[in-house]
Design a protein around this ligand. Sequence first.
Ligand SMILES: [Zn+2]
Length: 347
Amino acid sequence: MKTGLVILREQSGHETGSHPENANRFPGVLDRLGSDSQERGLPILDSREAEVDDLLRAHTESHVENVRVAAENGPTWLDGDTVASPQSYDVARRSAGASLVAVDAVAGPDPDLASAFAIVRPPGHHATADRAMGFCLFSNAAIAARYAREVLGIDRVAVLDWDVHHGNGTQDILYADPSVLFISFHQWPLYPGSGWVDEVGVGEGRGFTVNLPMPPGSGDREHIEGFEGVAGPILDQFDPGLLIVSAGQDGHVADQLASQNLTAAGYHALAKAAADFAARKGIGLVALHEGGYNPNTLPLLDHAIYAGLGDFTPDLSGDTPAPEVGDNDWPERLGQIRRVQSAYWQV
Ligand SMILES: [Zn+2]
């Protein structure tokens, strides 16, 4: 069983101009990952269009209709950061559809891949049930999780989000749902402002949202400690039938949208930890692209992740080194996270 890519040939149809989330993010990524996958004989799958019913498992009818009409009349700004251009509705449906292709490939009735990395835009994790925000139109991760639950009949699905921003949209959609575990690493404080340790879910979903708000300046070490100390043990106890990763690489030291110090080696280690977990449980893993806004570093970072999923050694030369950072609030923060989560899990 091997890893594969899902690509979105129509991605440039979602036109955002000089916005950080633009069509120039991925050509370099697709060149580098595409040629490596060819050399290794690994598959590249095409996206498909998600059906409206697929979107409605995570979003309200009025939200889906708003995005469709905004695109039809586009360019339309849906919030201060989020634009719909004339093809955006179709491209966003294909972005969500790519996540479903990835889920089918690793967890469908006849899975032929252990993992799949979907290189998709627009990203999804800020889109709530009823609104677009933060460059996101539809929550690809929540749509994929609900598809796995309701169409494929997988009892429990986990979503691990390591984008530097809190995945507020995915959290919003899944907040009361005990069948989908949501774990988010994110810089705190930072946009969108949510994701403190005490946001743990509501009603029957209480305990199934896990937030790791990372102090500014956190890098590879802090993220790996957070995985080993909190995310990994909780994933293990939750025992999902599918793992979805919201893979945003905007916590990289050379990404301008935040102030974290992750390196390519750190992203490789996180991807490998996720893949090792999935392999140990014998479950499929889907990684969905979220943020990452430096087109010069993104090919390297996404290759580091692809290699972590496929268990091969990437060439990480050319990465920006992380600065030496002294003590920060991380040890205390990790203690806080553990104290909150120990009401629900052994951590
Ligand atoms: Zn982000």
